[in-house]
Design a protein around this ligand. Sequence first.
Ligand code: UD1
Ligand code: MG
Length: 467
Amino acid sequence: MDKIKAVILAGGKGTRMKSELPKVLHKVYDRCIIDYVCDACEDAGINDICIIVGHKAEQVEEHLKIKNRNVTLCLQKEQLGTGHAVMQAKDHIDDDDLVLVINGDQPLISSQTIKSLISFCKQGNYGGTVLSCILDEPGSLGRVIRDENGNLLRIVEKKDCNESEEKVKEVNIGVYCFKGDLLKQSFNKLDDNNAQNEYYITDIPSHIKKAGYNFGVYAIADISEFQGINSREELSIATCTLLNKTRKFHMDNGVTLIDPKNTYISLDAKIGKDTIIYPGTNIQGETIIGEDCIIGPNSHISSSTIGNNVVIETSKVTNSTIGNNCIIGPFAHIRPNSNINDNCKIGSFAETKNINLGNDSKIPHLIYAGDADIGQNVEIGCGCITANLNPKWEKNRTIIGDNSFIGSNSTLIAPVEIGKDCAIAAGSVITDNIPDSSFAIARQKQTTKDEYIKKHNEFLNKSHKKN
Ligand code: UD1
Ligand code: MG
């Protein structure tokens, strides 16, 4: 069987984006364009992926490294066009390979479409195939020109079209499958003798035909898969298309979106049935939300796992875990590595970071809990703080045992350990460990001066009269 390789073209300048960021690193909602294209290739079963990088190559390379992508990079030193870009993969392509070449600016192409294009190429024993679709407004896209029998004659770029070619509505999507040997043989036949003085990949089909092979056109009906991104407007169109798909997917699976257009859900998110999502909510990354939850309005949840029957109202949750039956917010900020267990409450203006919170515990109002291990059934009063930073700028942990109560406005200076079944008086500044079942009070003793104000006012009145 032929080995299938993918070449992703991602070296272009992306001039029309008017951006310092390379085009393929722009995001369609919460993921970079290049990641959608890589995933589509991988999901289609292609493991050997070569990415052509060029303009701001280091940034693209850095991103792919962070994402741990197992890909080969080929550098296109000068951006001389899509034909020149694919040529850079020459040493990577063997004669008996089938090579899927895909524009790196096509984030919505599905793995199924890639698979179908490859099967179509194999079954028709074509020298190569190109993906096309029919658009009412073909705009600036390359036109697919067919002969009277419906076979491909050539692909003509808009800027090189004559009047009749320009009227053609079938366009090149920028996804191709080539036989490796024929692709390589066509490289030295390419020239830049065209309106843009670029080496076009779109000239390759004509060269393969001239060499005596058929070149197939695989037309797709679902034009929502096709959105080449060249401008900010096209980026927003692709984002809308993607979000509409994810919204419909979740509604079809039993999730209520009160106002779908105002609800933003990542392609990677999973949401259980009978969960209700209120407007202004963003769900990003690989977030998992259980059943019967109420999320929003205006909540932002990313890369987190939320149990069943959880309420998250007007709050932000990042890289964290929340168990079942919890109430979060309004206005809570659950920062990374917060591990909240079942039946907990995190209330208004409470911030957590890097904590474990046991079952049935509550941190209801105006609290900062960071770098802490808090047991079960703990209640932390309004305005408490775990002071985790020492003068050496090191973070220290606070430990609070089960069933303990921390009085309002207390400060726990870490590192410090509070045992089980303890109570701390309101307004305490706790610096020392507290053993189990103990009560601690750490504040200055109150002084009350009887009738002080009355005497003070009398004094003021007298001295005023004198003056
Ligand atoms: C290209 C096609 C056009 C098709 C359209 C579909 C050509 C000549 N035209 O036009 O027929 O309808 O896609 O979206 O191919 N790139 C490089 N190096 C370069 C130039 C481009 O790597 O020197 C990469 C870009 O990063 C991009 C892809 O190739 O990911 C396509 O380039 P782009 O300039 O966007 O081509 P289009 O004008 O969209
Ligand atoms: Mg493009």
